[in-house]
Design a protein around this ligand. Structure first.
Ligand code: KIV
Ligand code: ZN
Length: 525
């Protein structure tokens, strides 16, 4: 048997709350960020990139509160290459047991054109900013953004400058998801060979998934000597996303024979993290997504089922329990009591306080009355809806009845409670959902634009709950609302109202530097 204790450790740097949250529509509330950070800390993530503190008051507060909350993870705040950003990042992370400042600048020719800095001017800026960060914090990460499209000589030069100025981790981002495994490995190898002092710091790999190679590129970088992988839960992130945490962690575990590296991740929490991030971001997990997709452990064909029943290893290279998927999807029904619900939720990884359990129990009973069997995924959807109502939503759906049929238009009779006052209207539309949305708009006029409307069946069967996601945009602010119900139109109206409530919260927040996020890394220099 292999002695894994002697294997090299690969640090897991999770950026779900920073790079992941940057995905248009994936904006998370303060409480949701806290929940995710708590779980990442619990599951053994080494470094949590909690946000971009200069981007807004909200980001600053979230990073600062996560810094206070984390028990073991290092908490990192992102900053561009200027003193104001770096000071703000330090203010936010300084309360952490283990704080880190991450500062970056785009080093490729394309980025140097944007910042209008010559190679020498940029080199000087890197020296000054890393030195400044290091004077504040002894744990500093530096990233040459777009490293994979930066001239090799220049990359070696600036990495050396950053190391000399005190950077303790050098991250090599493949910002546009352009590299391929061999090139990703060669780049790390070249830096380790050519840059003086490279063996004294940790090299990190940060891959985007535009060509679907983020996981392979990250693992190739590790084989070449990188010892930190930057990743997100479910691969969330801008465009095609980032390396998925669950993929690299499970790959290193399952193929430890050929990739002998250890991580500190408690893999049994992977499923819980995946569900939470999907719920909070409103980005559903693709059914056939590696590790956490609904079908990842489903064996449909007769041959497969037969094989798995005789010996699970025939077609399964890992066990569902390894990622926290309970082996039995024990069904709950209307006769299940509070104790059974508590135990089921705990099995799914949710420990609720008595009052929270009571709220979920009431909803569970109502659902069980309408639906014969309540599955794990139904319970997770219930938990989400209970949590969003606990956010004291200003607008609430009190009553909805739609009339539909083959003859247009369809109509919706709706009562909303708005700041405690009930209002009623009947509206028509092209289909029941359109009619319901028009009714919401009549009762609560607004200029937000609907960017996305998505329906997913939570489980199988005609009595399945539908989870609806609605993404809306108003003056550059993008929010996602979600809700589940056995009635798709009710779920749609509630998801729409949930998105409006989130917009109301965003409207009241002062967002002095909101443009930083919206235009990507404007002024990344
Ligand atoms: O993709 C990227 O280059 C980044 C940097 C800020 C590290 O996310
Ligand atoms: Zn990135």
């Amino acid at each position: 048997m292999t002695d894994t204790s002697k294997q090299d450790r690969v640090l897991i740097f999770d950026t779900t709350l920073r790079d992941g949250e940057q995905s248009p529509g994936a904006t998370m509330s303060h409480d949701e960020k806290m929940q995710i950070a708590e779980l990442l800390d619990e599951m053994g993530v080494d470094i949590i990139e909690a946000g971009f503190p200069i981007a807004s008051e909200g980001d600053f507060e979230a990073v600062s509160d996560i810094a206070k909350l984390a028990k073991t993870s290092t908490i990192c705040g992102l900053s561009r290459a200027n003193f104001k950003d770096i000071d703000r990042a330090w203010e936010a992370v300084k309360h952490a047991k283990s704080p880190r400042i991450h500062t970056f600048i785009g080093t490729s020719p394309l980025h140097r054109d944007i910042t209008k800095l010559t190679q020498d001017e940029m080199a000087e800026r890197i020296h000054e900013t890393v030195t400044h960060a290091r004077n504040l914090c002894d744990n500093v990460q530096w990233s040459p953004m777009d490293a994979t499209r930066t001239e090799h000589d220049y990359l070696c030069r600036v990495v050396e400058i950053a190391i000399k100025a005190g950077a303790t981790t050098i991250n090599i981002p493949d910002t546009v998801g352009y590299t391929a495994p061999r090139e990703s490995a060669d780049l790390i190898r070249m830096l380790l060979e050519k840059v003086p002092g490279a063996d004294e710091i940790v090299f990190a790999t940060h891959c985007h998934n535009d060509l679907g190679m983020a996981t392979a590129n990250a693992l190739a970088a590790v084989e070449a000597g990188a010892r930190q992988i930057e990743c997100t839960i479910n691969g969330l992130g801008e465009r095609a996303g980032n390396t998925a945490l669950e993929e690299v962690v499970m790959a290193l575990r399952v193929r430890n024979d050929i990739m002998p590296y250890q991580t500190g991740i408690d893999t049994t929490k992977i499923m819980k993290a995946s569900r939470l991030v999907s719920t909070v971001s409103g980005f559903p997990v693709q059914y056939n997504k590696a590790i956490v997709g609904k079908n990842a452990f489903a064996h449909e064909s007769g041959i497969h089922q037969d094989g798995v029943l005789k010996n699970a290893e025939t077609f399964e290279i890992m066990k569902p329990e390894d990622i926290g998927l309970t082996a039995t999807n024990l069904v709950m029904g209307k006769h299940s009591g509070r104790a059974a619900l508590r135990s089921k939720l705990s099995e799914l990884g949710y420990e609720l306080a008595d009052n929270q359990l009571q709220d979920v129990f009431v909803r569970f009973k109502a659902l069980a009355d309408r639906k014969k069997e309540v599955y794990d995924d139904d319970l997770v959807a219930l938990l989400r809806d209970t949590a969003s109502e606990a956010e004291n939503e200003r607008i609430q759906v009190k009553f909805l009845r739609v009339i539909c049929g083959t003859e247009a238009p369809q109509s919706a009779d709706l009562i909303l409670s708005i700041d405690g006052e009930e209002k009623r209207v009947t509206s028509t539309g092209d289909g029941p959902v359109d009619a319901a949305f028009n009714a919401v708009k009549e009762l609560f006029p607004h200029n937000a634009r609907l960017q996305l409307y998505q329906v997913h069946a939570v489980t199988e069967g005609t009595d399945a709950q539908a989870t609806v996601s609605v993404r809306m945009e108003e003056d550059g602010r993008i929010v996602t609302g979600q809700s589940s119900d056995t009635d798709t139109v009710v779920a749609s109206a509630k998801a729409y109202v949930n998105a409006l409530n989130r917009l109301l919260v965003r409207r009241t927040k002062t967002d002095p530097d909101a443009d930083v996020k919206q235009v990507g890394y404007k002024d990344a220099g």
